[in-house]
Design a protein around this ligand. Structure first.
Ligand SMILES: [Zn+2]
Length: 362
């Protein structure tokens, strides 16, 4: 039986209304009592949303290897923040899904004070089903946003039904984000903002637990070329429409939220990189205002890749005769931990881990 069955036990029959309420009664003691001691700190994604919604955003960070994982956990311990580990389809292929699972389980033992959820990032239906059946994931994302509205509803609903039956929550995407992520490339001409009217219909018909909305961000390092940044009006309108339709609050997920700091790009280029210096991303100071309007999860991947690239380029640039990868690996873990702690401060999740623990123990 998956560890969180109890959490969503009523989800399928009671429908959307129990998005947060089904979590009542869930606690760490309950998880231990089921014989899942080592799972105790991996929590349902909805348990994080329940506390964070409207106040701050939880950082969702992609991992591909042990160094990223160590840096992520250390940064979250340092900043006392709850977090979401994201595993993409590409990461599951790159390091092998079982390796990533083992790394996360080990990290949980090394850092028992952490509280986090495990999430599939940008899944297709097949990958979602695999993750749901694995019993390891707190939530999955089904991304059928490239399909027609009707087809998106149909696919998402199938995944929601399967996931809710197993106590797992579902993030779905509506609207098209521009940019490049994994093997999906969307040019700006095809990118479009989420229509708030459609968003409500989509949430109602699919029963999805959170919505990845296109609110002006794009994937990758090259965002906002001469354009303005976040469309707060879209976030606000979605929330208003959801409330007006009598639906429970639905957390909005921000994708493509890296800030692509100019200084990072400059350092990479000074050490031999050829990144476009005009690249820029989301202003980190916009995370919190967006969170207060209902953005409860902010995905950050590109900025972390820039940290890796800067550390390794600078190391091998200054020591061209070196071939031991451990010294830069060690520097990367330190730098990545600092980077994560900084992001958590900007998201407002820093210092929130005890409040989450208290909420889970109720
Ligand atoms: Zn994304």
């Amino acid at each position: 039986m998956p560890r969180s069955c109890k959490v969503f036990a009523g989800a399928a029959s009671a429908g959307n209304r129990c998005r947060f309420e089904v979590l009542e009664g869930f606690g760490l003691v309950g998880a231990r009592g089921r014989g899942y001691l080592w799972w105790a700190m991996i929590v349902p994604t909805a348990a994080l949303y329940r506390v964070a919604y409207g106040k701050y955003a939880v950082g969702a960070y992609n991992i591909n290897n042990a160094e990223q994982t160590m840096g992520l956990f250390r940064g979250c311990v340092e900043s006392q923040a709850p977090f979401i580990i994201q595993i993409s389809k590409g990461a599951r292929k790159y390091t092998e899904k079982r390796m990533l699972e083992a790394i996360i389980r080990s990290a949980e033992e090394i850092f028992p004070e952490t509280i986090f959820a495990v999430h599939l990032d940008h899944g297709d239906e097949e990958t979602c089903i695999d993750c749901i059946n694995s019993g390891f994931y707190s939530s999955v994302m089904i991304d059928a946003s490239h399909e027609t509205f009707e087809k998106n509803v149909e696919i998402t609903k199938r995944v929601v039904d399967l996931a809710h039956a197993k106590g797992i929550s579902v993030e779905a995407e509506l609207g098209m984000l521009g940019g490049v992520e994994e093997d999906i490339a969307v040019d700006e001409a095809h990118a479009c903002l989420t229509d708030p009217e459609e968003a409500v219909e989509f949430i109602k018909r699919t029963g999805c637990d959170s919505l990845a909305a296109a609110i002006g961000t794009s994937h990758g390092a090259y965002k906002f070329r001469g354009r303005q940044s976040l469309h707060f009006d879209v976030i606000e309108k979605i929330r208003e429409n959801v409330t007006a339709a009598g639906l429970p609050p639905t957390p909005i997920v921000m994708h493509g939220s890296s800030s692509v700091p100019a200084e990072e790009v400059a350092r990479i280029n000074a050490a031999g990189g050829t990144l476009d210096p005009s690249a820029c991303g989301v202003d980190e100071n916009e995370y919190l205002p967006a969170a207060r309007l209902g953005v409860a999860k902010v995905n950050i991947d590109t900025d972390g890749r820039l940290v890796w690239t800067r550390v390794h380029r600078e190391f091998f640039h200054s020591k061209p005769g070196e071939f031991d990868f451990r010294p830069p690996g060690k520097t990367f873990m330190d730098e990545y931990a600092k980077f994560i702690a900084h992001k958590n401060v900007k998201l407002g999740s820093a210092g929130q881990v005890e409040a989450i623990r208290a909420s889970l123990a109720k």
